[in-house]
Design a protein around this ligand. Structure first.
Ligand code: TYM
Length: 330
């Protein structure tokens, strides 16, 4: 079976972008592949979160993954910081990564712009740690949203450089989404992508109440409607159709596509329908996640069990890597 690896940072409540870019693929992939899914708590440290909050978020992300349908018996579900082999491989892979290329990564440049006082080395080498996450299990397929595409391109470069220098060890990991194109869910205000930190009223979180969801979708950006039959959709309208495509029935989608194409669409009606379908989709996940999050004994058991399985796989890779690099002595 092909090896799948992916992670989610523990930086807050998960949102629809995380669900449709990543988790939805996880749920399907667990039936087909050998999957390693983890909470990236080391990656979260780059922005210096409050320790108590970080800890709560780790439990929260685990609970949300399980509530969404991930089965800890079918996949290896763990917390990044429980696997010291990842840190060791990160150190080794840092020798394959050049300062110039790391400085050019768009997500790094964004962070520098947003917070010029905290340009730490962890931020600079973020893609190297991500590569270590994947290669520590010799992962090939990486289910992620579109925003991670460039990071994975770097991962392939690092893997290739290692293989060329020391001999083949690592596959070159590729981003994955069922349905081919990687997903980008836009923010409901039509500005940028949906994210944990941007405008909270334009992001739908997996713990939003039914009324929050209705309120946010009602406020989503629209306009006075298409002026000509079969026009191209502006981004913010296309995004509502994308969301509808994910939670509504084919008949509903067809109805609104048709009315869009013949210029009779009423966005108020569309948003009402989308809101109800979204509520029906999110409510069960929210309720399950809340219950699981309370059960810290259960979550701790899952974490330990996952860490044990993940370390067994990681240790094998490290043994090979050390041997190839000439640093194995016993
Ligand atoms: P993170 O925590 O920002 O996001 C987790 C996953 O959600 C996807 N995503 C989106 N997809 C579509 N539309 C959006 N608006 C949207 N927002 C987020 C992300 O693409 C991601 O798949 N660096 C990673 C975490 C990570 C990782 C890894 C991923 C660390 N090591 C190794 C894969 C493999 C991140 O910050 O994701």
């Amino acid at each position: 079976k092909e090896i799948v690896v992916s992670g989610i940072r523990s930086t807050g409540i998960l949102h629809l972008g995380n669900y449709f870019g990543a988790i939805r693929n996880y749920i399907r992939m667990q039936e087909e592949f050998n999957c390693y899914f983890f909470v990236a708590d080391w990656h979260a440290l780059t922005t210096h979160p409050d320790p108590k909050e970080l800890r709560g978020n780790v439990y929260r992300v685990l609970a949300e993954n399980i509530a969404s349908g991930l089965d800890p018996e079918k996949v290896t579900l763990y917390v990044q910081s429980d696997i010291p082999e990842i840190a060791e491989l990160y150190l080794l892979l840092n020798m394959m990564a050049y300062k110039g290329e790391l400085e050019k990564v768009p997500t790094f440049k964004d962070k520098v712009r947003q917070n010029p006082d905290n340009v730490n080395a962890g931020l600079l080498t973020y893609p190297v740690l991500m590569t270590a996450d994947i290669l520590v299990h010799r992962g090939l397929k990486v289910p992620v949203g579109k925003d991670q595409e460039q990071h994975l391109e770097m991962s392939r470069n690092f893997a290739q450089r290692f293989n060329n220098r020391y001999g083949y060890l690592f596959p070159e990991p590729v981003p994955f989404n069922y349905g081919d194109d990687l997903i980008k869910i836009n923010s409901l205000d039509g500005v940028g992508k949906m994210s944990k930190s941007e405008n909270q009223n334009s992001t739908i979180f997996l713990n939003d109440s039914d009324d929050d969801i209705r309120y946010k979708i009602k406020r989503a950006k629209t306009d006075s409607g298409p002026q000509e039959p079969n026009s191209a959709k502006p981004d913010y309208i296309a995004n509502l159709f994308t969301l509808m495509g994910l939670v509504s029935t084919p008949d509903t989608i067809k109805h609104f596509e048709d009315t869009f194409n013949n210029c009779t669409i009423r966005y108020g009606d569309m948003k009402k329908q989308l809101a109800e379908d979204m509520v029906a989709f999110i409510a069960p996940i929210r309720e399950k996640a809340e219950a699981i999050q309370q059960d810290t004994a259960y979550l701790t058991r899952i974490m330990r069990y996952g860490a044990e399985k993940a370390r067994a796989s990681a240790a094998q890779t490290l043994q090979e890597a050390r041997k190839l690099m000439g640093i194995n002595f016993y």
